[in-house]
Design a binder for this molecule. Structure first.
Ligand SMILES: [Zn+2]
Ligand SMILES: [Zn+2]
Length: 255
């Protein structure tokens, strides 16, 4: 069993062959996936997929890159969707300083408002972080995000920061980059963070693991992430697959 905790099967890259992609995932042992929506069209599609497939769950929120576009109505809509039985988390939210479409202060405001929303609806949060680690950790602390906890998705920071996040009730989710030969930090995180705090994800269609780097990613490749973590930790693939699946179910409160 494998749990892909962060997949964008709602992306247009899967319009042509979604059924085949899902079949390949099931053949690879993927038993659950969370599809993440982060703006109006992708949230709508994530909900459609969660309602169509028993093993697909939805995570809904607003992406920091597009923070400037989020309206009051969008936030209200996300709050309404949070009551849906297949919605298991709020996000992805956070800060992204790589792109400058949304000014930092707007990103921070939209991030804080979503943390408050998640606390209100009592769901965990999924954090997107790009070049903004310090500000993210600070906001999580200030907003008391530990109350709901959640996931540091596709974590790329240091083992030190990962530990700090674990102490704030967050799981550390590793994706394709942990398989890259030159990826020093994700490998250190895999080595140092205890297995009961680790999750796996693809973030597909992005960030395909080795040997598919640069190609379209898909949920079946999450197996490669689990194999890499097993190798780093000196565990069997089965141990990592089982533990990360149980961790994900616990995090998302799925039976
Ligand atoms: Zn992200
Ligand atoms: Zn994502």
């Amino acid at each position: 069993m494998l749990f892909d905790t962060h997949a964008h099967l709602n992306a247009e890259q899967f319009n042509e062959d979604l059924e085949e992609v899902i079949s390949r995932a099931q053949e690879a042992g993927v038993t659950n996936m969370v599809v993440v929506g982060f703006d109006q069209p992708t949230i709508t599609r994530a909900m459609e997929l969660a309602e169509s497939y028993e093993f697909i769950y939805a995570c809904v929120g607003w992406h920091p890159v597009d923070a400037i576009d989020m309206t009051e109505e969008d936030l209200k809509w996300i709050e309404e969707l949070a009551a849906h039985p297949k919605v298991v988390a709020i996000g992805e939210m956070g800060l992204d300083y790589h792109w400058d479409k949304s000014p930092k202060d707007i990103q921070k405001d939209v991030f804080r408002r979503q943390i408050r929303l998640a606390k209100k609806v009592k769901l965990p949060i999924v954090i997107h972080n790009r070049e903004a680690t310090q500000d993210i950790v600070e906001i999580l602390k200030e907003e008391g995000a530990a109350e709901v906890g959640g996931i540091m998705h596709c974590f790329s920071g240091s083992a030190e920061t990962a530990k700090e996040c674990v102490n704030m009730n967050f799981y550390i989710s590793l994706g394709g980059p942990v398989t890259f030969k030159n990826a020093k930090k994700p490998k250190e995180v895999a080595a140092e963070i205890p297995l009961d705090k680790l999750l796996i994800e693809t973030d597909c269609p992005y960030l395909a693991p080795h040997p598919f780097r640069g190609k379209r990613n898909e949920p079946s490749y999450v197996k490669l992430v689990a194999e890499q973590i097993a190798e780093i930790k000196g565990l069997t693939y089965e141990e990592v697959a089982e533990a990360t699946t149980q961790n994900a179910k616990k995090c998302f409160a799925i039976n």
